[in-house]
Design a protein around this ligand. Sequence first.
Ligand code: SF4
Length: 399
Amino acid sequence: MLKTNRLQHEKTQTAKGKAGLYLHLPFCHSKCTYCGFVTGSYQADLAGRYLAALETEIRHFPPRNVAVVEGRLQVDTVYFGGGTPSILEAAQISNLLKVCRECFSLTPDAEITIEVNPGDTAPERVAAWKAAGMNRASLGVQSFFDHHLQAAGRDHTAAQAREAFQALRQGGFENLSIDLIAGLPRQTLAEWESNLEQALGLEPEHVSLYLLEVKEGTKLAQMVATGRLPVPDEDLGAEMYEVMLNRLEQAGFDAYEISNFARHRALRARHNLKYWTETPFYGFGVGAHSYDGEERYWNTSLIHEYLEQIETTGQAIAERTARSAHEKFHEALMMGLRLRDGISLDSFHQRYGIDLRERYQSELERLAEAETIEIIDDTLCLTRKGVLLSNEVFLSFME
Ligand code: SF4
């Protein structure tokens, strides 16, 4: 068993680079109408118990019945997500990072990101994050229009978002990302264009786009079902996406993934890239997902179940997937196509035993003719037109 585990660690380190850690903090000031994440209102007692459980889970890594683990796993990204990690006391976040440093070998240049809600950026808090070693912040701006923020149930104003950005900058964060949502109810194209201009005006290093989805069980779904809000207009959403792609590229951004834009290559989100390149990552906390290079597994998404299981056994895994060879290659294909760098056909063949040129010969010919994909030397990738029609392109590879 020990041998298996050591092999697993070796595989993890060599398969596709070093691993990443994700810590889920499931507390928010209030629930946004569109939110389908595992998160709830902040309660100090519950948060205290949760943080203790999270520490236990990290210290219990790896979550297998293994008596000894040799060496510490090398990690080059840590991501504090949620929920709203910035709602917690800075000392609580710092302690979690300290525990990660004790249990894993963090590289000196590790990318350490915290998701931040505008309104949580008092100077002493920002300074404490920086002192703890955070070097990247992802700010949930979503919109620069107060009526959209209110309608979406966000607990901050556009002015607070601008102030928060400046507070992070002044606090020493040199790598800042802004999240924007396109397709908010009754959002116009002109408002979306204004959002982009205002975001660019802040000079972020990175921008992430989310196209509003109506997720089952959310307040938004209820409002749409009862006719209080219109069904999101997919064509308008696509138009907003195209406008964004044009504007950010014009501003010199690297559209390195369908929804993610970096000021230049070195500022791509290293942690998120692990999700798209089949690189191992380990998630801690309620509902957190992990991928160890072979299997995907995830924790229970019920907080009380998570707490009880961690407190009794140190782990709270709800399910593991033993993916078939077909599922593995298919997932890698779909994720690889999302990236501007595309897929190296030879590396893909070596890793998954599938020659994509052979397997999808007719589809590739048809898509190349439609100018939605291209193969340059050994690399298969979407063209610009293909990025705009990505859902249709992906459907061609569903078999
Ligand atoms: S802040 Fe984020 S995680 Fe929290 S409710 Fe809103 S969308 Fe969900």
